[in-house]
Design a protein around this ligand. Sequence first.
Ligand SMILES: [Cu+2]
Length: 275
Amino acid sequence: MRIPASIITLVAGMALVLAGFWAANYSNLLPESASINAPVYDELFKVLLAIGTVLLLGMTGLVVFSLVRFRRKEGDTLDGPAIEGNLSLELFWTVIPAVVVLFIGIYSYDIYDRMGGMADLNGHGAMHASEQLASVRTSGPQDQERIWGGIAPTGDSNVLPVEVTALQFAFIFHYPMQNITSGELHVPTGQMVELRMKANDVIHAFWVPQFRIKQDIIPGQTTVLSFTAKKSGDYPIVCAELCGPYHGGMRSHVVVQEPDGFDAWIEKNTPATLS
Ligand SMILES: [Cu+2]
């Protein structure tokens, strides 16, 4: 008995979708999730991984199947049949990828918006280019510095500000309220942290894989990055922009502590004030 091709296609398609679902939910490729910002990103990652798995297995499977099934038969020295055009097949492989790419584009935009990436950074709505230029011209050193990109803190909860300086090849963290300068970042769980980031020399990038956040740090253009850690631990800070010969060594740590432990660290490191 021959099984009809449509049934085989249907079963193969269902197997592919199941494989994609499995890869997205059970392959566990991401590092642990240690910030409240992570789930939004992970949602996008899962969808992309599912689509990627279906495409990889489907296309590789079809190629391998065709290699075996349509290989040259013993003693066959003739040319292959001249096949020209197949409208339904061409529509199929044009429309489906177009829909998938469009979906990924719109969905990614939505995720970036939910991560806070589309929010106003300077608190006065969107500006036209001419207004921007005017505001840059009239800004004196006393004006609040302009933020050029990143993710600003949301809500009016009490935010912990930290100034980040990136240079070849280190990150320096400064706590303006407590006047603490540190080579590693300490933050409490459950409190939003706002990093204001500057570069002294070339472009660097601040990346904590366990927080799922990354932001370029650009000379002359302050950027901002906000996050709320949720799980205490010690996580790597990685420079994610090729910044010179020791770029690979440009690493630091973020130490996430329960609020009590964090307060103790602040207490211990606050410089004694001379009176
Ligand atoms: Cu760097």
